[in-house]
Design a protein around this ligand. Structure first.
Ligand code: CDT
Length: 321
């Protein structure tokens, strides 16, 4: 049986702070319809797809921020996404802010089957930024204030997609893509398709003058392409892009194959669908040769990676002569 999956990455343009979920959801349903017309079996939306990237806004009392979170899924506001999935027989990946019934807050993504069932849930682990208002910064990045570190690990599930049959699906969210540990955790479960959404400011507010503007996109692509190559998988890296209330997020959404090559790339910083036919059998080459983990990994030499989060300076060498 052919394992050619038609994958769509649905980049979203900006969502302004004052815009309600109805605006975003309406745009997303239109993208799902376009994805269906282009033969896609699955569509991947960005991180925090339903609202503006609100962690740039400081809120002293988190209870005043409740309106940014989804308290259930589906909800009245998101029901039409689930209806579109069923109507177009298309699975979808959605990033959103989750508030659990016991009051916990996570930066979350789900993969939803066309029946409306949630197949896989992931809660972001590598939260960038800070938790308190930082007067040094002109723009805040308060993910550590708004979210707890995800508590679901890096799960992979084998689930049917479209005509392809079972696919090993995993997820990461935005900053996770920069961490090889995240990719390898998915690779260790033979992931075939990584769905990942991002909201990445075009300017690094922690820039100390060393990071040229163009390197922001380069580093995003570098991370995704390396992750795919080293773990023999496909990925859809999908942006929320454009200018939200004066704050620019870059686009450049991509679909990448297990050779690390970009198969499709968005060219706008607005709502845009890119599609690629992904032959999942391409994952076999890397997995059975150079990245045959069972044959070539040396976990006995990797102890440091689990022993501590931070690095330590090496022993100094000085010449004897
Ligand atoms: N959303 C998210 O994780 N954005 C980060 C920005 C890092 S700069 C604080 C990213 O890694 O793209």
């Amino acid at each position: 049986m052919s394992r050619k999956l038609v994958l769509a990455a649905a980049q979203l343009g900006p969502i302004q702070k004052a815009e309600g979920r109805d605006v975003a959801v309406g745009r997303m349903v239109r993208l799902m319809e376009t994805a269906h017309r282009r033969g896609a079996e699955v569509v991947v939306f960005p991180e925090l797809a339903l609202t503006t990237f609100f962690p740039r806004w400081y809120e002293e009392d988190l209870t005043n921020a409740d309106h940014w979170y989804e308290h259930s899924l589906p909800s009245n506001a998101t029901a039409s996404l689930f209806e579109a999935a069923r109507k177009f027989n298309i699975g979808f990946h959605l990033g959103y802010a989750e508030k659990t019934p016991d009051g916990r807050r996570f930066n979350t993504a789900v993969y939803v089957h066309p029946t409306g069932e949630v197949v896989l849930k992931y809660r972001k682990i590598h939260l960038p930024g800070h938790s308190e208002y930082d007067p040094q910064r002109t723009v805040q990045h308060l993910e550590k204030r708004y979210f707890e570190v995800g508590n679901l690990g890096f799960p992979v599930v084998r689930a049917p997609i479209g005509d392809v049959g079972p696919v090993n699906i995993g997820m990461m969210i935005c900053n996770d893509r920069r961490w090889p540990e995240a990719w390898r955790s998915l690779g260790m479960q033979q992931v075939e398709l990584v769905m990942l959404g991002y909201n990445t400011p075009s300017l690094n507010m922690e820039n100390r003058g060393f990071e040229a503007h163009h390197l922001r996109v380069f580093h995003s692509h570098l991370s995704i392409q390396a992750g795919c190559y080293q773990n023999a998988c496909f990925a859809a890296g999908v942006a929320k892009a454009g200018t939200e209330d004066g704050h620019e997020l870059f686009g450049h959404s991509i679909i990448v194959n297990p050779s690390g090559e970009i198969m499709a790339q968005a060219t706008s910083w607005d709502d845009e669908l890119i599609v690629a036919e992904c032959d999942l059998d391409m994952c076999t080459l890397g997995r059975t040769t150079i990245f045959n983990f069972a044959n070539h990994r040396r976990p006995e030499a990797y102890g440091r990676i689990l022993a501590s989060a931070g690095s330590e300076a090496p022993a100094a060498w000085t010449p004897k002569g």
